[in-house]
Ligand binder design. Structure first.
Ligand code: SAM
Ligand code: SF4
Length: 337
């Protein structure tokens, strides 16, 4: 079925006049790792299969989003590469008129084998999570082995010339904070953007959060005390990071500071959960169900109308502060992913 999309329509913007051009799509709640800051060791009460949007349903939401000005899609999760044939969804999304950027956030475990099909399907860019360069620590943080596989996936992405390649590192005191210089050093001769993320409090990590939080300023100071850093342009894209580089480096270091320097005033994004809710803010319970209308036969036009209406409840900012819990009931911070 071919759908005509009128790209000249008034683009989506929220009640605070922020243009909304970026949709993050969680394709699954499942994951093949159990990172200590994100998921309980035994996993979560996974969503029933029937509650999860099909690729066709996600495609329908993306068509509607594109019709009201969304230009960029990021597939995330959970771990998106555990969902079967993700390249089929990439191809569907990349072919939507108006969508000019399709990105993926992954933990990299299944990347090496899937990358050729994903790139052939139209994937433009990648974020890979990597919290340590040491195999023993990888297993302590992710509660599963796999560093070598992740590194092979990163090498495969570099070999394919996928650019920009962002590596996301959640920094935790007493766990991996002594590796920030080693991570920053990766940017000297590789065209990668290493992004240090402040760990955010979610229900899954409340006990450890306060003791492990390291501010982005402290991270930058530690890197800069090793070698001078200058402000640098970041990669094109939608990121909330601030970037810095060593003199002559091919890549750059970024910091994402949801707690110490939030970026709410520049927020351009909404999120589609795996079970079809449109979440308007990273934190808080601002969400609109799209699965019900989709399954009741909503047209692209109807869905576009729902997207517009949902803008009314997009809050001006999140109110997360150090030492407070998120009101989210489940993991998936997705902030840098
Ligand atoms: N599984 C994929 C991955 O790990 O890249 C995609 C989903 S994951 C939720 C997206 C990003 O959120 C990852 O970079 C992860 O490190 C980050 N993240 C998860 N929980 C976090 C937390 N509590 N604080 C900060 N970042 C977190
Ligand atoms: Fe899985 Fe990503 Fe969460 Fe780690 S951060 S448990 S890889 S979803």
């Amino acid at each position: 079925m071919s759908v005509t999309v009128d790209l000249t329509r008034e683009p989506l913007s929220d009640g605070f006049r922020r243009p909304i051009t970026y949709l993050r799509v969680s394709v699954t709640d499942k994951c093949n790792l159990r990172c200590v800051y994100c998921m309980p060791e035994l996993g979560l009460p996974w969503l029933p299969r029937d509650d999860i949007l099909t690729y066709e349903e996600i495609h329908a939401v993306v068509r509607a989003a594109a019709s009201v000005g969304v230009r960029s899609i990021r597939l995330t999760g959970g771990e998106p590469l555990v969902r079967r044939d993700l390249h089929r969804l990439v191809a569907a999304v990349a072919s939507v008129p108006g969508i000019d950027d399709v990105a993926l956030s992954t933990n990299g475990l299944l990347l090496e084998e899937q990358l050729p099909a994903l790139v052939a399907a139209g994937l433009h860019r990648l974020n890979v999570s990597l919290d340590t360069l040491r195999p023993d620590r990888f297993e302590a943080i992710a509660r599963r082995p796999g560093l070598e596989r992740v590194m092979r996936g990163i090498d495969a992405a570099l070999a394919l010339g996928l650019h920009p390649l962002k590596l996301n590192c959640v920094v935790m005191r007493g766990s991996n904070d002594d590796e920030v210089v080693a991570f920053a050093e990766l940017t000297r001769d590789r065209a990668v953007f290493v992004r240090f993320i402040e760990v955010m409090p979610v229900l899954e990590n409340l006990e450890m959060h306060a003791g492990t939080y390291v501010s982005s300023n402290e991270i930058l100071e530690r890197v800069a005390s090793h070698a001078a850093l200058k402000p640098a342009p970041g990669p094109p894209g939608n990121g909330p990071a601030r970037y810095f580089a060593f003199d002559g480096a091919r890549g750059a270091v970024g910091v994402i500071s949801p707690l110490s320097h939030d970026y709410c005033e520049r927020c351009n994004r909404v999120r589609l959960t795996a079970d079809g809710r449109l979440r308007l803010c990273l934190f808080g319970d601002y969400a609109v169900d799209l699965r019900g209308p989709l399954r009741a036969g909503a047209s692209t036009e109807d869905l576009a109308g729902l997207l517009r209406a949902s803008m009314l409840i997009k809050p001006e900012r999140h109110h997360l502060r150090l030492g407070e819990a998120s009101s989210r009931m489940r993991a998936f911070s997705e902030i840098g992913g």
